[in-house]
Structures are given as structure tokens and as C-alpha cells.
Design a protein around this ligand. Sequence first.
Ligand SMILES: [Zn+2]
Ligand SMILES: [Zn+2]
Length: 354
Amino acid sequence: MGPTAGKPPATMQAVRFDRATGELRLAEVPTPAPAAGEVLVKVAACGICQSDVRRIDGEIEPRLARYTPGHEAAGVVAAAGSRVRRWAPGDRVVLAAGRQCGECAACRGGAGADSCTDLRLPATHHDGVWAEYAVTSETALVPVPDAIPLEQATVLSGAVATPYGAIETARLRPAEGVGVWGLGGLGIHLVQLARLCGASPIIALDIRPAARELALGRGADLALDPANTRLESYIRGVTDGRGLDVAFDFVGRACSFGQARAVLGDRGRLVVVGTSLDVGEAVPEFASMRHDQTVVAHTGYRVRHLEDVVGLVGRGRLDVSASIGAVLPLARVAEGLQRMRERDGDLLRLLLRP
Ligand SMILES: [Zn+2]
Ligand SMILES: [Zn+2]
């Protein structure tokens, strides 16, 4: 059993970030109340994602002047707002990032979070999950079976559901050759999921030897340093000259994009994951693409992707138990962020425990 669900206290501990001063600190704030159709979750674990770090460091402009960061969490339902039918206190859940807007045509028609055309995002539109409690739409929760620790469920919400969604975007089929540029928390799980999907061969690329080593352990057939000048001939060699069917670019720089494009085979798909692609830098690379190749951008995941990966772990098909690098108390958030900046927390997921 997870944490017991008692009546939520009036105040709670939360990490607060002030954009003007750059100050990040633990504060006592009012416990949020769930509105109609919303649920209050007692957070058991929350993840530190590279995008949280980039927003705090000012690389991604936050829309809020002061907010609670974090968008990956799992926990136990503490209270349900009016009209909530699916959840009761004590239910173990993982949160999909994003609340329904409640106002778009899909929301008014009673559709779920995956259909909302104006999804409200944590740390962008409202407070995030680095706190003892968090509120979200009842449709943005996925049940977690007792057999899956809530720490693992937290990892599924960001670092596994996003590459899982990217595999769907790529329409990856068994026996297709895959390349993965950038083996951070997302890329490493892409390798693992591509293996599960029957991709072959799977080629992992990262400048860090430790990342390449990890990828070989998670199912990559070959791990290469992108600085290797014979990269293209290696990849042509292991794909019998045909090149890659699918290239996933988790780096999003002109260098990774250019390399991936150069080794893409006929009808190949290049999937740029995340928001870091410098389009201005990459545009010349588009000019040299063949007419039957595709470039597609992929961001985030759907609630149904999160349901799928929870199901895969629950049925023993996917093991993410080795993906958690450390679990720090919420008060040590600054240390966690620093470890992410130094890229040592990037290979395995760093979690916070409120
Ligand atoms: Zn994330
Ligand atoms: Zn909506």
C-alpha cells in the first residue's frame, strides 16, 4: 500500500520558484482544493525532467511569475471534487501532464483529456507537482496496479510515455532499423521500447561512454559516438546498405539532425522529439531530403500512451526498475537540479519524495 489517504491538511509543503529573483525554495502553501471534475492527489514521488531544469534556468520562458515546478508524478487520491465518478480516496494513480481546459468543444462535449484542444500544462498554466499534493482533471489520471511501485509509475509518466508516443508517431514496424540520437532519460527508454517492438538493428548514439554502455544493456545492438567520422559507413554496413528506417532525434541540433538525415533510407522517417530543434540551423538539411522521406516533430504523450506503458509494466513486458537513479527528499530539490545540470542525473531518472 502507498501512503494512507486521510483528510488533506489545510497547508502543505511545495517547491516554489520565483522568476524575478531566481529563488527556488520549499514553502508552506495552502493545499489546493479540487474543483468539479478534478481530483486532489497526495504525491508519492515526482520526477525532475530536463525541461523543468531548462524552465528554471530561463531557457524556456515560464508564463507564471511564481509557480510550483514539476510535471511528472504518481501518488494516491486524497480527495475528489464534485461530479468525479471514477476515483475515490486511496486509489493509486499516475498523472498525465495536463489538465482539461473545460471550455473547448471537446471538453464541453464530455470528451477526455486526449481530445482537449487547449490542454492546461503544469508549470506553464498552473502549479506543478513538486509538492505534497497536486490537483488535476479526473480524466488525466491512470490507475496504477499494486504491483507497480509509485516511483516506477512516476518514471512512466514522462520518460517512458513520451518515447512510446514517438514510436507511434514514427509508425515503427518490426524488423525496421532504428537510430536513436541522445540517450538521456527519454532516449534510453526509446531504445528499450524499440527492442520491445521488434526493431532491428537498434543503433544508439551519444557522446557519453556511460550512456552508450547503458543503451547496450537496454537492447541496443550497436552504440556509437556521434563524433565518429565513419558513422555513416558503420550504419550503412549494419543495415545492409539500406540506411535507417526510423531515426529518433532527442538532441535536436543541426549536427544530430544532419547525421540522422544522412543515414535515413528510402521511405525513412526522422522523428524530432521535444522542442529543442533549432529550425533555422536545420533548414538547409531539409533541402537535401529525398521525396519519399518524412520529417515529423513529436512532443509529449497522450493519456492512452500512459495507460499502455502502465499495462506493459503491469504485465511484465517492460521493466523500468533500473531507471531510477536516486530518490531525494523534496527539501533537496536544488541538489537534484544541480545533478541534472551536470548531466549525471540525466542517464537515470532523479525523483523527489515529498
Ligand atoms: Zn518531462
Ligand atoms: Zn478542452
